[in-house]
Design a protein around this ligand. Sequence first.
Ligand code: ZN
Length: 104
Amino acid sequence: MSCPSWCREPAGHLRLEPGGDGDLHAADVGVIDVQEIPGLRPDGSVAVQIEQYVTRTATHAPLILLDFEELDSGDGREGLTVDAAEALIAVLRQAIVLLRVEAS
Ligand SMILES: [Zn+2]
């Protein structure tokens, strides 16, 4: 089984066992640096990744993942400044372009 064009894992990385767990195609698309807001939160980052879960019998839709772990506020909501939101949109667009190219 070959990788989609966006996958950044080594060629032939998938190891699919019959009846076993599946495996992932994966790519780190980009990381947005988030500035410190004095008195509110430290600086940090938001990572954008693509993952696609594959088993012997199924290839699931690729997902764009947002990793806010470094900013974790504990209530499930994370705040971005306008600049950080704009940077995030740019990286999300890259991820979408990568996936659209693969789908066409
Ligand atoms: Zn792959």
